[in-house]
Design a protein around this ligand. Structure first.
Ligand code: ASP
Length: 288
C-alpha cells in the first residue's frame, strides 16, 4: 500500500471467522490500540516502546484473544504465548504457555533485553516475571498486571508492527491460542519467523492456525519476498498464497517496512486492522 511518513504503526486483532456483531468491537479495539501505540511516538518512544504499549493495551482490554481476554484451554486455564522482535538487532524475546500473567509481551521484552536467553516457557517463566518486577524493569498495577511503561489511554490473537522515525522496526504477537487447545499446546505466536519477524528492512506479524503458520514460517517468508524486491502488498499476498497452497488453512498477516509502507493479506472472513501514520503533521487512520 502507499508509502506513508514515519513513524507509523499497523495493528491487527486476529484473523478468523468473526461473528458479524463482534467485528465492530474488534475494529474499535484495534483502533484504540493503534492510538495507544502511536501516542508513544509522540513521547519520543521507540518502535519497541510503541509496539509494547500497543500490545499491552490489547492484552488488557479484555475484548481480544490475548491477556485478560484470552481464550482458556480445555482445562479452563488461560495459557498465553507472546513475542516481541527488534528488527534493528534481529533480537526477539518469547514466552509460551504462561499462566497468571496478563501482559506477556512485557515479559517477552524483558527476556530479550535483560537476560542471556530468548525464550521461556511454562511455570518457570513466572520466575523470570518475578525477577523483572523485583528489578523494577516494569511496575505492576496488581499481581500479574503490568503498569504500562508509557501512559496509554484507553476475537483473536493480536499483533502489531511499529516503525519509528529512525526507520527501526518492532513486531509483536500475543495470544491465548486456538479454541479448545489442549493444555501445553503452543502455537506460532511466540516462534520467531512464524508468528512474527522483523529485520532492518521489514517486519510482519501473523494470525491464524498456528500449527500451519509454523510449517511455512509465514512471516519470515513474507519479509524474504520483500528482501527479494517484491512490493509489500504482493509479498503479503504471495506469502498467503504459499500458506494456503501448502496447508489449505486460514491465516492473515500485516507488514510494514522501514519507510512506513504497509500491507495486509488474509484468507479469513475478517481481520480487524488499523494503521496510523504521521502524514504531513496529521494522523490518518485506516481500518477494515
Ligand atoms: N495463531 C494463534 C495460535 O495458533 C491463534 C490465532 O491467531 O488466533 O495460537
Amino acid at each position: 500500500m502507499r508509502a506513508m511518513s514515519l513513524p507509523m504503526i499497523i495493528v491487527h486483532g486476529g484473523a478468523g471467522n468473526w461473528k458479524d456483531e463482534r467485528i465492530p468491537v474488534g475494529m474499535e479495539y484495534v483502533e484504540k490500540a493503534a492510538r495507544a501505540g502511536f501516542g508513544v511516538f509522540e513521547k519520543e518512544g521507540s518502535a519497541l516502546d510503541a509496539a509494547e504499549a500497543c500490545t499491552v493495551f490489547m492484552e488488557s482490554c479484555g475484548q481480544l484473544n490475548a491477556g485478560l481476554g484470552a481464550r482458556a484451554n480445555l482445562d479452563g486455564v488461560r495459557e498465553l504465548d507472546a513475542m516481541i522482535v527488534d528488527g534493528e538487532t534481529l533480537s526477539f524475546g518469547s514466552v509460551a504457555a504462561v499462566c497468571d500473567i496478563q501482559n506477556p509481551v512485557s515479559l517477552a521484552r524483558y527476556i530479550m533485553e535483560k537476560t542471556d536467553y530468548a525464550f521461556f516457557a511454562g511455570n518457570n517463566a513466572n520466575r523470570i516475571y518475578q525477577q523483572m518486577i523485583s528489578e523494577g524493569y516494569r511496575e505492576e498495577r496488581e499481581p500479574g498486571v503490568i503498569k504500562p511503561h508509557f501512559e496509554v489511554f484507553g476475537a483473536d490473537t493480536v499483533g502489531c508492527v511499529a516503525v519509528d522515525s529512525k526507520g527501526n522496526i518492532a513486531a509483536t504477537s500475543s495470544t491465548g491460542g486456538i479454541s479448545k487447545k489442549l493444555p501445553g499446546r503452543v502455537g506460532d505466536s511466540p516462534v520467531m519467523g512464524a508468528g512474527a519477524f522483523a529485520n532492518e528492512i521489514c517486519g510482519a506479524t501473523a494470525t491464524g492456525w498456528g500449527e500451519n503458520i509454523m510449517r511455512v514460517t509465514l512471516t519470515r517468508m513474507a519479509v524474504l519476498y520483500v528482501e527479494q524486491g517484491i512490493d509489500l502488498q504482493k509479498a503479503a499476498e504471495k506469502a498467503m498464497d504459499l500458506f494456503e497452497t501448502k496447508t489449505g488453512s486460514e491465516a492473515g498477516l500485516v507488514m510494514a517496512d522501514k519507510d512506513g509502507r504497509w500491507s495486509k493479506a488474509t484468507n479469513a472472513k475478517a481481520m480487524p486492522t488499523s494503521v496510523i501514520a504521521e502524514d504531513l503533521g496529521n494522523i490518518s487512520s485506516y481500518t477494515k
